[in-house]
Design a protein around this ligand. Sequence first.
Ligand SMILES: Cc1ncc(COP(=O)(O)O)c(C=O)c1O
Length: 362
Amino acid sequence: MKIEFNNIYRQDKTLFNNIIRDIKKIIKNSKFILGDEVSKFENKFAKFTNTKYCIGCANGSDALYLAIKSLHLKKKDEVIIPDMTYVATASAVINNGCKLRIADVNLEDASIKQDEVIKKINKNTKAIIVVNLWGYLANYKKLKKICEEKKIVLIEDAAQSIGSYNDEGVNSGNIGDIACFSFFPGKNLGAYGDGGAVVTNNKIFYEKILKLRTHGAKKKFKHELVGINSRLHSMQAVVLNHKLKRIDLINNKKRSIANYYYKNLNNKNIKLFKISKNSSFHQFVLLVKKRKEFLNYLNKHKIPYGFHYPYTIHETKAFKKYCYDKNFRNSKIIARKGVSIPIDPYLKKKQLDFIIKKINYF
Ligand SMILES: Cc1ncc(COP(=O)(O)O)c(C=O)c1O
């Protein structure tokens, strides 16, 4: 039985004719930079995330970089992030020239440990980034309260959580002051190349980020800030406009697969995370005691897998020298024992039953 980790072609087959038709229009009009498709996407994505403003940019890493850049932080200023995340969360801080602070995550749901973050807050703390790892909306209530009191900016790394919401109905994009999304092809809402967006309800951040993505100029040649060139590509906007129409369908299919896994996986040596059923389930991650043997076993049965992520930030070569905080237990456990199993929205029941049966037998 052939099982794929994520088959984008199969997911998008029915959309291709319309996507290609609209890409041809762009080529015909030579409107390659920004233009109507990008504005249309920005408007629709703001609506989808229930926020006021959306700024399309080149990728999710730039979305984070631009969000922090809009705060004009100094060298001594500190930004706190979780130790278990994609490297882009950490790079965005370091590339902005400020101090990286790190906190561990909970072992139940891989969400940042709020109490540990709170202990690390000091007069130099200017921002906190929570990451919705695997699509699960991070716990944030305590952080939001303290951020409001101390005027710390709360940033949501929503790269993996398009369309997620928590049990109280708060949807991704609305946790903090600024949220950053990625449209990397493998994401639930994936472009055919790189793409990203920042959403916010705050007009000041919006105006700044809008300028920063085009070298600090809102109007041509009026450079008011030192920015970068990070625009959402018009052709990617075409793809995203079409794919946004059926993101709920994709998310719901992934949710029902996750639900099926939760109901049927019962191997005592494998731990499942306590993740809300309303997550986008970008990934479905298991904690496995004997990971090496388990991976050999999956290989033998041709079940594909991934790691999200096989490193912790504080142990990663590039970041070590910037990491002031070092004692983390849970992020290391996830890095060493975590295995992501297939959650392609179009996996068939018999494929899922095969995966479940094999995992339960291990
Ligand atoms: C948590 C997280 N943050 C940031 C990013 C960066 O997004 P991009 O790959 O679009 O630059 C990703 C992408 O994998 C991610 O998963």
